[in-house]
Design a protein around this ligand. Sequence first.
Ligand code: 8YV
Length: 303
Amino acid sequence: MTKPLAKSCIAELEQLFDVRSIVNAADPDQVMAEGGDTIRAIAGGKVSAAMMEKLPRLEIIANEGVGVDTTDVPAAKARGIAVTNTPDVLNIAVAELAVGLMLALARTLPEADRYVRDGEWAKGLFPLRSQLHGKTVGILGLGRIGKEIAGRLEGFGMNIVYFGRQEQPGQPYRYFGDLVEMAKASDWLVVIAPGGKATERIVSQAVIEALGPKGRLVNVARGSLVDQEALIEALASGQLGGAALDVFEQEPGVPPALLALSNVVVSPHMGSRTEEAREAMGRLVIDNLVAHFEGRPLPSRVA
Ligand code: 8YV
C-alpha cells in the first residue's frame, strides 16, 4: 500500500492480502526491498519505473485516484503490469469543492471569517463583493467531473462555455477550440483536465493575461496544468483578478509569494477528500485487485 486508503478499506485489504505499507514508513525503500520478490500488487499508486524495477513480480497497480499521472503508465504497459484508477466515485466531491472555492473567492469567505473573529465588524461594514450569477465560466476539460461542475454552476445562473480537445456533440454549452479565446470570453476559468505531458502548463501566461484583471482562475485538477510563476506574477501585478487553488506545482509545497497574496484562496489538494468519496475510492481499488486475482475483467482499467 503506497497511499493511505480509507480505514475500513485497509481493514478489508488486510483480510484479503498480506499488506505491507510504505505509508509513513521511516524507510519506504527498505519495505520495498524486503517485499520485492513477493509483492504482486500495489494499492494506492505513485509508482515510478524505478520502483517497478525493484518489484519483479508486480502484476497490477490499483491507483487510488482518477488521475494516474503520478505513476509511470508507459513503463507499466511495457512490463505488462495492469493499471486501474477510481473514476466517477469522486466526481461529486471534486465538483462540490470547485463550487465552494468559487464562492470562497467571489465572496472572500476566508477574509470574512477573519473579519468577524478579529472584531473588525464592530468597526465597519464588510466591503461589497461580486456574485457568480450572470458571469461566464469557462471549463477547461468538460469530462466527468467538468460536467458535474457545469451542472452545479448552471444552478447559480452562470453562462457556461468549455474548452477541450474536441467539441462534444449534444452539449448545451458553447465550445471553444482555442483556450486563449475562451479565457478572453470568460470571467472565470475552471481547470479540471487530466495532468501529464499533454496538458503541461496549458494555462500559460497568455491564457492568464486573456482572463484579465477581473478574471478568476480555479484549479482543482493538477498544478502541472498552470504556469505557476506566471500566475503569481499576474496576481501580484493585478493582471489577474484572483485564484482559488486546490493543487500546486510542488505539493505540498506552496510558494510563499502565492500565500502572501490576498486575492488567492488555497486548499490542500482535498477535492476528493470526503468520507463518501474516499470510502468508494478505496472500495474500487479493492474491487480491481480482487477481480485481477480472480481472473475477471478489471472494473476500471486504464492500461
Ligand atoms: C487524490 C486525485 O489526491 O483522483 C485524483 O486524481 O487527485 C485525488 O483523488 C489522490 O489521487 C488520492 O490518493
